[in-house]
Ligand binder design. Structure first.
Ligand SMILES: Cc1cc2nc3c(=O)[nH]c(=O)nc-3n(C[C@H](O)[C@H](O)[C@H](O)COP(=O)(O)OP(=O)(O)OC[C@H]3O[C@@H](n4cnc5c(N)ncnc54)[C@H](O)[C@@H]3O)c2cc1C
Length: 452
């Protein structure tokens, strides 16, 4: 950052002192983060200019002085959604967590991950309604892309947000609250990084609870199709894993919420699938240390709802991911449509996971006004093959108006995304309101939200 240029822009001594601290933090961040890739390594960020401010005032100084900027969370998106050609800002030093027991909420700094938050909350007697398959993502980054877990009645993680504090494109601090700020709030929560840099997120809490999970093996597709709703209702959160070979789901993970005194009994069979007697990784042959406990052993919500444990490598670590949301009521038809591609998909796939997500009201959520089946693909790191397969999958899903996960890989053109998001014009207007110069827009946002 050019100090003289900044002073000219900011014109204030207070800002100058914030700049000094930011410049030092930037240096530290660049030294400690030389690789500059996302978690999967499939994307090298287009800038080496990473800022890591320590306070909201420092965030404001960075935003004011930037010409183009993207917030970076825990780098777990596979798409270029967090990329920038000029500058990125990491809030990894904003780690505060403040509990409001009266309001039953927690407010977390922009750098807090679910790994930081969940055990801390649990120790204080509280819980969140759901978690993703892994805990090592930031609350801000997860909510920005409508990250989700599973459960017919469970909405995505961003629906727990009750308030947001943003530093807007002009460097102002804005607070938006559910209920009070109506439509603006609904538009800004799944903000895709375009509404501002989220410095604080407030989440609603539940009393802590226990979950037990068990895995069923070898569910025939015929049974899955016949009992689709029953299978996805067999737990609080259910995931069906298939590699599309042999018209079989190799594993069905059932996570049950236990109330005091619940029996915690598991049938030995579910529609012909057998209850597993040893712990399993969803990816065949991968070590199970990284996986949360199974076999019906009860544990805290945060150590059962994700598939992968805190501090462990989730999934394969060497992979790509894609995911498409289709209307829940057409879920089985959509699965059958993808199944037609099994011979092409199989060689490049680690595993597919089917999950359910309840409908919500957040404008850019993949489950906006639509209860959904989410069809996910964990690919081998073979982008040249995967990029040929995605259009084939997207063509098969076209009758179901698929909405791709913003943080994963897809090739659907903007013209096809636009009709899926009826609030997109309002979203663009809101983004222009908070960021009139379009500083927070990057290539991904322009290509997918402004080119339709
Ligand atoms: C192994 C693995 C498993 C996954 N499992 C799931 C899953 O179960 N369910 C699911 O839905 N997704 C899953 N994902 C995808 C992941 O949850 C999303 O991509 C999520 O957005 C990543 O969060 P992050 O903290 O890494 O943010 P990043 O990927 O760094 O950023 C994501 C977006 O958030 C924005 N952002 C980040 N911080 C801020 C901020 N402070 N202010 C404003 N904008 C911000 C960025 O600009 C960007 O647009 C998985 C990914 C991996 C690698």
């Amino acid at each position: 950052m050019n100090k003289r240029e900044f002073l000219k822009t900011a014109g204030a001594l207070a800002a100058a002192s914030a700049l000094g601290r930011v410049a030092r933090s930037k240096q530290a961040a660049m030294n400690s983060n030389t690789a500059r890739t996302n978690w999967a390594g499939n994307l090298t960020y287009s800038t080496n200019n990473l800022q890591a401010p320590a306070t909201v005032d420092e965030v404001r100084a960075v935003v004011r002085n930037a010409s183009q900027l993207r917030a970076l969370g825990a780098r777990h998106s596979f798409s270029a959604i967090a990329d920038s050609t000029r500058e990125q800002i990491s809030l990894e030093r904003l780690k505060e967590m403040t509990l409001d027991e009266k309001a039953r909420t927690v407010t977390v700094g922009g750098g807090v991950t679910y790994s930081d938050l969940a055990p801390w909350l649990n120790a204080k007697g509280y819980a969140l309604h759901n978690l993703a398959s892994l805990p090592g993502i930031t609350v801000a980054g997860a909510c920005a892309t409508a990250t989700h877990g599973s459960g017919l009645r469970n909405e995505n993680l961003a629906t727990a947000v009750t308030a947001l504090e943003l530093v807007t494109g002009s460097g102002d601090v804005v607070k938006l609250e559910r209920g009070k700020d109506g439509e603006q709030f609904l538009g800004a929560v799944v903000g895709l990084g375009t509404m501002g840099v989220v410095t604080r997120t407030t989440l609603e809490l539940l009393p802590t609870y226990k979950v037990a999970q068990a895995v069923y093996q070898e569910l025939a597709f015929e049974e899955l199709g016949r009992h689709f709703e029953k299978i996805f209702s067999s737990g609080y959160s259910v995931s069906v894993f298939t590699d599309w070979r042999n018209r079989t789901a190799e594993q069905v993970w059932v996570k049950r919420r236990l109330a005091e005194g619940d029996a915690n009994q598991w049938d030995h069979e579910m529609f012909g699938a057998k209850l597993a007697t040893k712990k399993l990784h969803p990816l065949a042959g991968h070590p199970t240390e990284s996986v949360t406990d199974q076999l019906g052993v009860p544990g805290p919500w945060y150590d059962r709802l994700p598939h992968f444990r805190i501090g462990q490598t989730p999934s394969s670590g060497q992979e790509l991911q894609s995911e498409y949301f289709v209307p829940w009521e057409h879920g089985w038809d959509a699965v059958q449509a993808v199944e037609k591609l099994h011979e092409k998909v199989g060689p490049h796939l680690f595993i597919t996971e089917l999950r359910t997500v309840a409908a919500d009201r957040l404008w850019m959520s993949m489950a906006y006004h639509r209860a959904s089946l989410a069809i996910h693909f964990t690919w081998k790191p073979e982008w040249s093959a995967v990029r040929q397969l995605l259009p084939l999958i997207e063509a098969q899903l076209r009758p179901f108006a698929p909405r791709p996960h913003w943080g994963k890989l897809f090739t659907l053109p903007a013209a096809q995304l636009e009709p899926c998001y009826t609030q997109l014009p309002q979203f663009r207007e809101l983004a222009a309101h908070f960021d009139p110069l379009g500083k927070l827009r990057n290539g991904f946002v322009r290509a997918n939200l402004y080119a339709g």
